[in-house]
Write a protein that binds this ligand. Structure first.
Ligand code: C2E
Ligand code: CA
Ligand code: CA
Ligand code: CA
Length: 280
């Protein structure tokens, strides 16, 4: 135990952690000073497994930092959530993404738009209003907006989650459970909620791919088929290889998302990507 404590002490003063603490402080300061202007959205296609067609996109937050370049969420998301800044950022993002989806629809590319909602925002009074305002201002049909909620944010307080999901269902938006398989919530309990989609975390797919036949492949198939019985569609995340895609197809997933198809990209590239795939 003494040895363990000593090791911990070394860690506390390691330059890595000091650097990390300094970065968190810097992020918090910049967010407070209105860095919201520096955020951009990238979009990653969700592709139908049977036809290869694009059905929708997931909006992924990026920070165009003036000195450090384009940052992915791992660099700032937890700080933004802790400081309460993620809610106003997401409010902006809902406006931006619904406007973008409405514009694509007008240009002949109707895409379902998926937006990630944090646990804190999901349990906040303001979420329903934020969603309504974005739909109203953009004119996007509610069924074309999908809110992605993590397994843990609905499992934390199931009763409250049920109420909130019922309200969102009334608004007409769709709900997906994100990162499924990373928490330890009960599958039965999750699937009893009014959700439309289960997004299976890439760790599950990677595990299935690592093991030989008879590994977790059948588990994947069982989850997908159970979900389908309840009218819930499945999305496989992190499809990186042709082998992954074959597994996902064998398991019966409806949609796939991953680097095999496309990396997240700026809005201006989405139209070109979609028409290239259609032409192919
Ligand atoms: P997520 O919701 O699970 O999003 C998918 C993440 O996996 C994205 O990382 C995406 O770039 C990455 N990805 C996609 N395909 C592949 C693949 O084939 N292989 C691998 N290894 N990775 C792939 P990203 O953009 O860095 O986002 C990380 C996480 O940050 C997201 O995970 C989500 O939890 C969170 N996030 C992103 N944008 C937002 C946002 O606007 N609001 C909230 N609350 N969270 C967000
Ligand atoms: Ca997501
Ligand atoms: Ca996910
Ligand atoms: Ca994830």
């Amino acid at each position: 135990a003494a040895k363990g404590a000593g090791r911990d002490r070394v860690h506390v003063f390691s330059p890595g952690l000091r650097e990390a603490a300094r970065w968190r402080l810097e992020v918090a300061n910049r967010l407070r000073d209105g860095a919201v202007d520096e955020f951009v959205v990238h979009y990653q296609p969700l592709v139908r497994v049977d036809t290869g067609e694009i059905e929708g996109v997931e909006a992924l937050l990026r920070w165009q930092h003036p000195e450090r370049g384009l940052l992915t969420p791992d660099a700032f998301l937890s700080v933004a959530e802790e400081t309460g800044q993620l809610i106003p950022i997401t409010r902006w993002l809902l406006g931006e993404t619904t406007r973008q989806a409405a514009e694509w629809a007008e240009q002949g590319l109707p895409l379902r738009m998926s937006v990630n909602i944090s646990a804190r925002h999901f349990s906040a009074e303001t979420l329903v209003r934020d969603v309504r305002v974005a739909l109203h201002d953009s004119g996007l049909a509610p069924e074309n907006l999908v809110l992605e909620l993590t397994e843990t944010s609905v499992a934390e307080d199931p009763t409250r989650a049920e109420d909130q999901l019922a309200v969102l269902r009334n608004v007409g938006v769709r709900v997906a459970i994100d990162d499924f398989g990373t928490g330890w919530s009960s599958l039965a309990q999750l699937l009893a909620l009014p959700i439309g989609t289960l997004k299976i975390d890439r760790s599950l797919l990677a595990a299935a791919a690592r093991l030989a036949a008879g590994g977790t492949g059948p588990v994947l198939a069982a989850i997908v088929s159970l979900a389908r019985t309840l009218g819930i569609r499945s999305v496989a995340e992190g499809v990186e290889t042709a082998e992954h895609l074959q597994m996902v197809r064998d398991a019966g997933c409806d949609l796939a998302q991953g680097y095999l198809f496309a990396q997240p990209m700026p809005a201006c590239d989405v139209m070109r990507w979609a028409s290239r795939v259609r032409a192919a």
